[in-house]
Design a protein around this ligand. Structure first.
Ligand code: ZN
Length: 188
């Protein structure tokens, strides 16, 4: 066991001759690259545990310092902080909208799956079908309608789907297209 005073002495000596020691180590590494590598590997193996612990605590400390630094900076720059907050809120809203759009795109497929009917219509194919209402020609509030409704076992395929506006769609309810066309004149 090395005594405390001896430890301090050693530390002081190392500190005093820091540059010299580094220069010597560099020179030694250049002259005996194989030996230097072997020693450094041995040293690493010996101190692996301590090293890992040290690097982990160091990482934790650095992370905390960085966090503190950012917090301090924002405290000193209230205007930038406001913008930062706004950006964060905007990001959240955009993400929510993206999710909603995704959900809206795929509810068709989920609904078909829940009713155990077949669906092979991709989102792009569905968009291609949405050109205008089949009955009234409206271009707004368009939705996909089924020739044979899902409730009667109709599949969500390109052949069974066509475009209706929301109004005509709700009017059609769960009638077949043939039943709908049989109503002359159309009661819309
Ligand atoms: Zn319509």
């Amino acid at each position: 066991m090395i005594s405390e005073s001896r430890k301090l002495e050693k530390q002081a000596y190392y500190e005093k001759n820091r540059d010299k020691r580094i220069a010597y180590a560099k020179k030694y590494q250049k002259e005996h690259p194989k030996k230097a590598r072997k020693y450094s590997r041995e040293f690493y193996q010996r101190n692996k545990k301590v090293w890992g612990q040290y690097s982990k605590t160091r990482q934790r400390r650095l992370r905390a310092e960085k966090k503190q630094f950012i917090a301090d900076w924002f405290l000193a720059h209230p205007y930038e902080y406001q913008i930062h907050r706004l950006e964060q809120v905007l990001k959240k809203v955009l993400l929510k909208r993206k999710r909603q759009a995704y959900w809206r795109k795929n509810t068709r497929i989920y609904r078909a799956r829940r009713k155990d009917t077949f669906c092979n219509l991709s989102a792009n194919q569905a968009l291609e079908l949405l050109t205008g209402c089949f009955f009234c020609g409206s271009k707004e509030d368009l939705a996909l309608a089924h020739d044979i409704p899902v409730s009667k076992g109709g599949d969500t395929t390109k052949g069974n789907c066509f475009c209706l506006c929301r109004k005509c769609n709700s009017h059609m309810g769960d009638k077949d297209l043939s039943e709908m066309l049989a109503q002359v004149p159309l009661e819309i």
